[in-house]
Design a protein around this ligand. Structure first.
Ligand SMILES: Cc1cc2nc3c(=O)[nH]c(=O)nc-3n(C[C@H](O)[C@H](O)[C@H](O)COP(=O)(O)OP(=O)(O)OC[C@H]3O[C@@H](n4cnc5c(N)ncnc54)[C@H](O)[C@@H]3O)c2cc1C
Ligand code: FES
Length: 281
């Protein structure tokens, strides 16, 4: 069992937890993730390692409530335990000096970007960060992003923070103004695909952290299958980071929607068990 030590709400339906898992804390590198299971009957979900506290043996995860398991996780309090917490999984991010790097973070993808740009800045890269969200309230970790970035730009769909528009609008401007050596993007698949289309046309190397459905996290079940340069790869063991220009985005998007009906049923069942309005009547 893995104890939740601290919980913090850092945005609407976005939580940051610190879990006591000293072995994972000791071995984790940026870009890696964990797979957790809340209880014996729970499903396994992957979450990025958003930070570690070596002294206290803590691993930080930041997650958005989007479905049954993340809602159930959000209902837990400090002091409660989760059944399984497996990691660190996946290849770490390659940390080296590229020159000028643009990091693009969408929504809760910011949680993965912060530790990566911290390391990349430490080795001497110039970091330009572009952050996007639906609205101001959904932009998380602003201070941490500012601290690790030489310059930073924001875009919101409704214009409540930064420009009204998309991260890609800013990316096009940045690319036109200066020479960019590499782009690193984490966020919704549609965002990463659009970033990839822009940078491929300008021949700028781009790394994305893919988020296909994962189950075992060991390369055995095939759930996280993605096609990279016409070859089958498993994001849990071969990734999660890949060269964006080689990703088969259409296949990834269609595989992510495979279980939509079942996910909706699971959410409704969970809300019903928690005591939804129809039960309270
Ligand atoms: C390597 C990796 C790192 C991730 N890191 C984060 C993170 O740091 N913070 C965060 O909020 N989210 C992260 N995700 C996404 C997170 O795993 C899903 O939001 C979560 O699994 C949703 O589960 P659910 O039951 O709450 O929602 P559901 O209703 O089951 O699903 C909602 C959507 O989440 C996706 N999803 C569902 N089950 C899985 C699964 N087992 N594996 C992957 N995706 C799934 C699907 O696109 C689905 O349509 C990451 C995904 C991957 C692959
Ligand atoms: S999650 Fe099963 S093969 Fe990757």
């Amino acid at each position: 069992m893995y104890k939740i030590i601290n919980t913090e709400e850092i945005g609407p339906k976005i939580k940051s937890y610190e879990i006591y898992a000293p072995n994972i804390a000791k071995n984790a590198k940026v870009g890696q993730f964990v797979i957790l299971r809340i209880n014996d009957t729970g499903e396994r979900i992957p979450l990025t390692i958003a930070g570690t506290n070596l002294e206290k043996g803590l691993v930080k995860i930041i997650f958005q409530e989007v479905g049954k398991t993340t809602m159930q996780l959000a209902s837990l309090s400090a002091g409660e335990c989760i059944k399984d917490f497996m990691g660190p999984l996946g290849y770490p991010t390659e940390i080296k000096k590229y020159g000028t790097l643009v990091s693009v973070a969408g929504g809760v993808g910011v949680a993965g970007v912060v530790p990566v740009i911290k390391e990349l800045k430490n080795v001497g890269n110039k970091i330009i960060t572009i952050v996007g969200a639906r609205c101001k309230d959904l932009i998380i970790l602003k201070d941490e992003l500012r601290q690790q970035s030489d310059s930073i730009f924001f875009a919101t769909n409704d214009g409540t923070y930064g420009i009204k528009g998309y991260v890609t609008d800013i990316l096009k401007e940045v690319i036109n103004k200066e020479k960019i050596d590499i782009v690193y993007a984490i966020g919704p698949v549609a965002m990463m695909k659009s970033v990839s289309e822009i940078t491929r046309s300008k021949n700028i190397k781009t790394i994305v952290s893919l988020n296909p459905i994962m189950v075992d996290g060991t390369g055995m079940c095939g759930a996280c299958r993605v096609t990279i340069n016409d070859e089958t790869k498993f994001a849990c063991v071969d990734g999660p980071e890949f060269d964006a220009s080689l990703v088969n985005w259409e296949e990834l998007i269609s595989r992510l929607g495979l279980f939509k009906n079942l996910e909706e049923i699971a959410i409704n069942k969970f809300k019903h068990n928690q005591g939804c309005n129809c039960c309270k009547k």
